[in-house]
Each structure stands twice: as C-alpha cells, then as structure tokens.
Design a protein. Sequence first.
Length: 340
Amino acid sequence: MSRKDSVLITGASGEMGHGLIARLAAAEPERPIITLDLKPLPVDLASRVHQQFPGSILDKELLATIQTEYAVDRVYHLAALLSTRSEFSPELAHKVNVEGTLNVLEFTQRQGESHGRPVIFFYPSSIAAYGLPSLAAKTAAGRVKEDDYNQPTTMYGANKLYCEHLGRYYGRHYKQLAAGAPTGKVDFRCIRFPGLISAETLPSGGTSDYAPEMIHAAAAGKPYACFVRPDTRIPFMTMPDAIDAIVRLVRSPRERLSRTAYNIGAFAPAAIEIEQIVHRAFPQAAISTDVDEKRQTILDSWPADVDDSAARRDWSHQPNHDLTNAFGEYLIPSIRKRYS
C-alpha cells in the first residue's frame, strides 16, 4: 500500500510492459510501480515493482482494491487481446479490449476525482485502426494522417479505434450534461503504433511478423516462406523507439498536445527490401514467398506509411532507428547472437 503518487501498468508481462518498467524504474526509482496482469513478471523485473496484482482488467472488484490502496497519477493501459486472437474470438476481443478499457478509464476517472487533478492515461493504439479500401487507394494515399481512412477491417482495429474515441470522450467531454463544471479527470494520451519489431523476443505469428521471422529463420539456418507479397509495404518501428515515444508523450506538457491520438513512424520498407537486407547479412538465407491471402488482405488495408508530423511538432517525436541501423545495429546482431 502506498499513498505516494504511483504508476499503474496493465498488461505488464508483455514486452512493451517489460521495457516500460525498466525505463520508469530507472528514471524515477522513488515512484512506486504497480502492475495488473494475468501473468506474473519475471524475477528480475518483479524486484523493480512495488506490488503485482494478479488478475484481469475485467475484474472491477480488483480495480476497486487498487483504488483504495494506491494513489495512481499515471496509468499505462497495455492489456489487450492481440490482433490474431481477436479475429478468431471477436466477442472475447470486445469484452477485453473495449469493456476492459472502459473499466480502467473509470478507475482513472475516480483516481482523478480523488486527487482533484487529471490523471494521465496512456493508451497504445495501432495502424490496424486504418482501413484503406483498395491497393490503388493505398498507393494514392501516401503518408496517411490520423483522421483519414478510419474504417478498420479487423476486430482488433475496430476495438482500438473505438477506445481512442472513448479516451477522447473521457478526456474532453465527460458527463458534459452534468450540472456545474466539467468533471473529466482523465488526461488521455494515445499513440497509434506501426508494426513493432524487437530483438528480444520471438515473433508470435502476428500480422506484421514477417519482418522479424525472416531474420530469425536466416539466423537459425532454416528456410522461410514469407506470407506476404514482395511489394507489401507498411510502417515499422523498433521496440526501444516505441518505449522512448511513450515516455516522451507522457512527459509532455498537456497544453502542447493538440490531439489525443497520434501517429508515429520510423521506416516503411517493402517486404522485398527487408529480404534484401537479410540476404546481405545471411547470404545463405533461403527465403521464398507463399502468400497467405487472408493476412495479405489485412496488410493491404493498412497504410504504406503514416504522417506523424503532429507528433514531431507537439512532443518532438524522433526515432533513433532508421531502416539501416534498425536492422544492421539492433535486430540482426542481437538475433544472430541468439542462434550462435
């Protein structure tokens, strides 16, 4: 129990949660970090956390317990049912991704009322929130702005887009018909992430995992059949840059933020460009193409790149990794070492 200003991270056992815990614990060791997740943290990270609450964001009683025991002034809501599973279980996806987010937004509103000031609520959205109607439209669109083509074709994308709107409502329009001054106490801040690539974890079959899968297969000396066309293009970013972006956005003065949800990007290669980079690092790599039409259709509905000028202007988004050093200095050396 702590009445000091504390941080709550939901879904902390995922890789983004791991990186965020490490960064926050190092930057502000005096600020207690509490976590809520179905899975326990590994021992090395658990030592940096004040308390772990095992459980679900659907458990309102558990959230009420955290409410009474901690004064939370920042929430990082990372818990979600991810894209592939959401497409197989849309009803469960809605329950976890929408109802769960609503529960955590209500928790944050009550914390803000208790503090008498807004509580920052960070939400990771996705380029899955977009839905371009055709390849021709994708090509013509170029770098897509946040408010364009918001017609997602997947359950995960629909969940993400709706929760962006929920967050904007809690942040700017909460109970607008109530008597007296507006009572919204949620400072909602959202990043719409591109495909995220990490050197630390194994790809798990996600829609954008063809990029890391190529490297892992080549490093392991195994053949790889890429499930997308060579011309497939979407934006990507390294996980360390994603963590940097979260920290930068959350630390930004509220008055500088013109939006509640921001695009960010770093590099946007075609699949054939990734294959060429992998071949240069692993000349014996055996990479072929075996298109999965269902996943290809989803990828074709996502932008070839995003316009992140608002993030660069409002809170100085600036990724450290471009295409060359993301693969040459971060991904390939680390993954090569894993298999050697």
